[in-house]
Design a protein around this ligand. Structure first.
Ligand code: DON
Length: 305
């Protein structure tokens, strides 16, 4: 599809969902994100590098839980599938993102719930928190084809309410399965959640996954093909929390949502899609983001089945 047609389709989808102001923004993020609670942006990037965007395409928002899928890809690439599977599974939990959801052997069900994401972060190679965060920023930036940064404001808001994540991390540490200290794992996980992207940058990250690990804008191979495939598989089965079944039935695209209202989708061999709209449904997924994906999936026949 050429860029003009992409633009027109994206703008139409955005205009259709725009009037919907239902849903709530996450209250603890009000200080940093609440002022833009009715913001809206969408972007796509095809695997051959065609881009389009609509709405507030310049606005940078925090990745939040979308980072879970990206860090999973990075640790697969860095330490290999077997080492990752020894620490975190690939089964949907069917529970909310902040539940413990551990297999009997102590492994979190999957890397896209908080317990699994804290574990995945702890697998990032590096001698200290700064090295691990630096490696993630480098790899995320390569996926986006742009230099990304951490929002100190978001990170501070996150750290101020980290008790539940710390609780999860301590429960992972107790049987000795968390490779680094609990506090460090949570701080690092919250740092990755606080990395800022625009919708067009996030769409390029999706396109990198959709293209089997090659960034379609820079041509750089950022991830091996099997890593992209494994990451997309887990996004398809676990990416929308306990609403993933409904998402797959209706939209059918590997995806990951975040509490900032970010939503990343990647259709293998075709396109990366990103939306940002902070009002969330009761499961924590972006209301208007879902609306845009539903429309694009139907109009572009994106359902993977
Ligand atoms: O772990 C947390 O509390 C957040 N920083 C990330 C949560 C998130 O995005 C889950 N969202 N719906």
């Amino acid at each position: 599809m050429d860029t003009d047609r992409l633009d027109a389709a994206l703008t139409a989808a955005l205009e259709e969902v725009e009037p919907d102001h239902s849903g709530e923004t996450s209250d603890y993020l009000d200080d940093v994100a609440g002022r833009q609670r009715d913001g809206l942006a969408a972007a796509v990037c095809t695997v051959d590098g065609h881009q389009a965007s609509a709405g507030e395409a310049e606005h940078a928002f925090a990745l939040q839980s979308v980072s879970k899928a990206l860090t999973y890809a990075v640790v697969l690439e860095e330490v290999g599938l077997d080492a990752v599977l020894e620490h975190v599974g690939v089964e949907p939990s069917g529970e909310a993102f902040n539940h413990l959801s551990l297999h009997d052997d102590g492994r979190p069900y999957n890397p896209l719930i908080n317990a699994g994401a804290i574990m995945a972060h702890a697998l990032v190679p590096g001698k200290d928190a700064q090295t691990r965060a630096g490696l993630l920023l480098d790899r995320y930036s390569a996926m986006a084809g742009a230099r990304l940064e951490v929002s100190e404001g978001v990170r501070a808001a996150e750290s101020a309410r980290a008790d539940r994540n710390l609780g999860l991390a301590h429960l992972l540490a107790d049987p000795g399965v968390l490779p680094i200290e609990a506090r460090e794992a949570v701080d690092g996980y919250l740092t990755q959640c606080s990395i800022l992207v625009t919708a067009p940058q996030l769409a390029v990250m999706g396109a990198t996954l959709a293209a089997g690990g090659v960034n379609p804008l820079t041509g750089e191979r950022v991830l091996q093909e099997w890593v992209a495939e494994q990451s997309l598989s887990v996004m398809l089965t676990c990416g929308m929390y306990d609403a993933t079944g409904q998402w797959v039935a209706e939209v059918g695209v590997p995806a990951k949502s975040g509490v900032s209202g970010a939503l990343l989708g990647a259709v293998p061999g075709a396109v990366g899609i990103a939306t940002w709209s902070p009002r969330l449904d009761e499961r924590g997924n972006s209301m208007r983001g879902i609306g845009i994906f539903e429309r694009l999936s139907e109009r572009w026949d994106l359902h993977v089945l």
